[in-house]
Ligand binder design. Structure first.
Ligand code: SF4
Ligand code: ZN
Length: 316
């Protein structure tokens, strides 16, 4: 039980202790701190223009549902158009159905339009089938899924007429992605993860991450205090990704040395900022198969589909 008073309003009923800053906060001040931080991040990186049409990629997890909630309120007070929720159905049996229902209900309560697209309808494969038919030594589930998801979100955003896509990536996601790119030697991608790289010639829409400076555990607490319902079950394929090990490693460091995540985030942001120019100099091409903008002759979605199809034909 926390005894210290709230450092902001002195109400005496603190519910959260921010170990990296030493602050103790009451419920209202904690909720305001998350909403204020989101506003400040949007303004710090000039993420939005007034006439933007914003789609929020909503999976049914705590980050994306909280982001939808926070953005809806920010937009209402600044007289912007209500955001639209776009949801991707990967086709993972026993996992995705629950979250689709949560998103549907949540959007109905907030009176927000919810556009759902599925891998099956867009690419002819759902994740369960792609997992069965992939050459397992070459493709991890999350790399197939990530490739499909980026395209699915682009297509859904185009369909609803959005020029900006907001995702719920938090500070922990940012540093994990940075470390994954470092480990895999993908320097080009490091430049694209900068919070400042809000526009890219490889995407039709600007991508923004308004929670990128907020710890994951604070988003979880925000969702709990706001009573936002979210899916807690993990994807059955998640352990194939190195992300899980990196997350555990960084969480253990943070526990011993509070604030280490912030230091890592600041270093990662500076490095990605410096690499941004390099990444943006890569020529954009048109995929010879589907015609969309790509970094090489064939885009990553068409490459993935051709590997899956080749493997399916061998098996037959
Ligand atoms: Fe897709 Fe991997 Fe996320 Fe599962 S954990 S939904 S496979 S990216
Ligand atoms: Zn293509």
């Amino acid at each position: 039980m926390l005894q210290k008073p709230c450092v902001k309003c002195q109400s005496g009923k603190s519910v959260y202790s921010r170990s990296y800053s030493g602050e103790t906060l009451c419920k209202n001040c904690f909720l305001s701190s998350i909403e204020d931080k989101t506003r400040k991040t949007i303004s710090k990186y000039s993420m939005l223009q007034h006439d933007d049409r914003v789609a929020v990629a909503v999976s049914g997890g705590k980050d994306s549902l909280s982001l939808l909630y926070v953005l809806k309120n920010i937009f209402e007070t600044s007289h912007r158009a209500t955001p639209i929720a776009i949801t991707v159905d990967e086709g993972i049996k026993g996992y995705r159905n629950e979250s689709l229902e949560i998103v549907k209900q949540f959007c109905a309560n907030l009176r927000i339009e919810n556009k759902i697209v599925s891998y099956k309808e867009l690419f002819g494969y759902d994740m369960d089938r792609a997992i069965l038919e992939r050459p397992s030594n070459k493709m991890s589930s999350c790399s197939i899924c990530g490739t499909f998801r980026r395209r699915a979100i682009d297509l859904a955003a185009e369909e609803v007429g959005a020029n900006v896509v907001a995702t719920g990536h938090n500070l922990d996601d940012q540093i994990q992605t940075f470390m994954i790119n470092m480990i895999s030697g993908d320097v080009q991608r490091i430049g694209w993860t900068s919070p400042q790289s809000v526009g890219s010639k490889f995407h039709t829409q600007r991508k923004i991450k308004p929670f990128c400076e907020i710890y994951e555990q604070e988003i979880v607490f925000y969702a709990l205090l706001r009573e936002i319902p979210f899916q807690t079950e993990d994807c059955p394929y998640m352990n194939e990704s190195i992300r899980t090990q990196i997350r555990e490693f960084i969480n253990a460091l943070e526990k011993e040395r509070p604030g280490i995540k912030y230091n890592l985030y600041n270093s990662a942001s500076k490095i990605s900022d410096n690499l941004k120019t390099f990444s943006n100099h890569i020529d954009s091409k048109k995929c010879a198969t589907c015609g969309r903008i790509a970094t090489s002759e064939t885009c990553s979605v068409c490459k993935t589909l051709s590997i899956l199809e080749r493997n399916t034909n061998y098996a037959e």
